[in-house]
Design a protein around this ligand. Structure first.
Ligand SMILES: Cc1cc2nc3c(=O)[nH]c(=O)nc-3n(C[C@H](O)[C@H](O)[C@H](O)COP(=O)(O)OP(=O)(O)OC[C@H]3O[C@@H](n4cnc5c(N)ncnc54)[C@H](O)[C@@H]3O)c2cc1C
Length: 293
């Protein structure tokens, strides 16, 4: 398949890219890694008149920043680049775990973190991870800059708060405290496929091993990453392992309302969510015990 006709723009300055997006509005789309956009254009599931390729902006946009209080991932950081980063594995292990399960290495070589977030596929791994990390999204346009919390960024299937003239410039998360442990679990029919369901989980524990904060988000079971508030409530205030796996699984199943498709039924997906939540919590407990051994 071939895409419809479009005019290709390759600006070298951010300001130039923003002017193009402002000028062409709805008729334009940003091209980052192209790993979702190009297949959609080729299959004619999407059409654009102007493609604004941001890859030549390079420089600062291609390097993650690990500052004292914040970790920032700009628009051109590739998924594979972060997956291979030792610093990321040390400070944000949940991101490394999730990235290893995104598609295949060839796709991760080109695909960007911000592109995956802007694309907002409900089955994608990264939106749920950045949701539990309480990330802040920085959106820039010729009109100015605004920041949006992860909880407000995703609106619906393939839909975010990004306006047609905006670029997701970067996403940032607070540097996690040493008492924070996290895990990502998913199940896909074949390695590299989009998951039937996935779970990102994060717990902070006090000196007695009691969970003081818990954030869990599921992927693939709702149009946007779904926080599992009832499960978070069950886990918070007790030690990991104290609440039974069946109680946690029941709570997770009751919270999600997935839909059926050719890959899996709604019932299967909700049961799977319960299993994955428990697996993620076991991973977290194992990491916590290893840290205190
Ligand atoms: C065979 C295959 C399997 C895959 N499997 C998975 C999987 O298991 N899990 C998964 O999560 N993903 C999967 N993907 C998708 C892949 O991760 C993409 O790389 C990712 O979704 C999009 O990133 P990108 O940089 O390629 O964005 P692009 O394809 O360039 O863009 C995607 C969309 O986001 C917009 N966009 C991109 N960057 C920005 C920005 N900075 N600001 C504003 N808008 C922007 C574009 O305009 C477009 O609408 C798969 C892709 C393929 C082809």
């Amino acid at each position: 398949m071939k895409p419809g006709q479009f005019t290709y723009h390759a600006p070298r300055e951010l300001g130039e890219a923003l002017e193009l997006l402002q000028e062409f509005g709805d008729e334009a789309k940003v091209l980052a890694g192209g790993q979702s956009l190009m297949p959609m254009l080729n299959f004619r599931l999407a059409r654009v008149d102007h493609l604004v390729d941001i890859n030549r902006l390079g420089g600062r946009l291609g390097e993650p920043r690990f500052d004292a209080g914040t970790i920032t991932i700009p628009a051109l950081v590739r998924q594979r680049q972060l997956e291979r980063s030792e610093e990321t594995a040390r400070v944000l292990p949940v991101l490394t775990e999730a990235l290893r399960q995104v598609a295949h290495p060839q796709i991760r070589n080109r695909g960007t973190i911000c592109g995956s977030l802007a694309h907002a596929d409900p089955a994608a791994e990264l939106p749920s991870v950045l949701s539990v990390l309480d990330a802040t999204f920085t959106l820039v346009s010729a009109r100015g800059t605004r920041t949006v919390a992860a909880a407000d960024f995703f609106l619906f299937h393939l839909t975010t708060v990004l306006e047609p003239d905006e670029i997701l410039l970067e996403v940032s998360v607070r540097r996690p405290p040493p008492n924070q442990f996290s895990a990502f679990r998913e199940f896909a029919t074949r390695r590299g496929d989009f998951a039937l369901a996935g779970v990102a989980a994060l717990c902070e524990v006090d000196g007695d091993g009691v969970v003081t904060e818990c954030r869990i988000a599921a992927a693939g079971v709702a149009p946007v990453p779904q926080r599992l508030r009832a499960v978070e409530g069950l886990v918070t205030g007790s030690r990991l392992g104290e609440t039974s796996a069946s109680e946690i699984a029941d709570a997770a199943r009751a919270e999600v309302e997935p839909t059926s498709d050719i890959h899996a039924s709604a019932t299967y997906r909700s049961r799977l969510t319960g299993v994955l939540v428990n697996r993620a919590l076991v991973d977290i407990r194992t990491k916590q015990e290893a840290a205190h051994a």
